[in-house]
Ligand binder design. Sequence first.
Ligand code: APR
Length: 240
Amino acid sequence: MENLSQVKELLKNSKRVCVLTGAGVSAESGIPTFRGGGDSAVWKGMPFEKISSAEMVEKDLDAVWEWFDHRRALYKDCLPNAAHRAFTLWQERFEEFTLITQNVDGLHERAGSREILELHGNINHAKCVDCSGIYRIDPQIVPHQPSECSECGSKLRPDVVLFGEMLPIETFQKAERRSKRCDVFFVVGTSALVYPAIGLADLAKYAGAKLVEVNPEETPMTSFCDFSLCGNAGDIIPLI
Ligand code: APR
């Protein structure tokens, strides 16, 4: 694959590398993507954008937990794949490596990646609806426990960014800083449709970075990339 050797050549002289991953990087671990069809796109007749929304947390927190506990049950037996593992090696290979993910499945962390910028939160964290206290919930326990805040007694909600909510500001600002100064920005396994996350690729490109996409399908980002590696992340990333 000609592009692959060009990307490897490019990385030889690169000091700062950013990677933005989406659901596609976990597809080979058995986790359904959002827009690749399959049954994850609709939950009890409700599109996932609706059940995963700030409005539903207000209206029916139990239904939101039912959807997230359903996904936690799916995720709990899934393991990191070759792409997740390869990225843990990249954090030793470059002077500055930044892993930014839209995924909430926690697989990058389980693979051994450190300092992950989880733009959309983590499905195994819960937070209090009132005092915002954060709780780690055991990935193996479904439904989630605890359900109340031990500090103030209020209900807990998934610590995940829902549609209509702001991203964690410090995490996003760090991702912006790193995107602006990197030499190469990888976009791996994302449909490149959801802002502000995918806007980081634009930011990197305008700041002078080379843009590399890894995806078996074309996306709105493909024509904007310097290199587009067509295929599965689990095959391509370890080759790089
Ligand atoms: N390797 C690489 N890419 C893959 C693979 C694979 N094995 N399998 C599928 N893909 C690609 C698909 O072609 C698609 O472009 O992964 C992408 C998955 O797109 P989405 O399902 O839209 O996931 P994502 O881009 O992460 O969604 C962004 O939307 O639903 C919200 O908050 C949620 O973080 C999510 C955000």
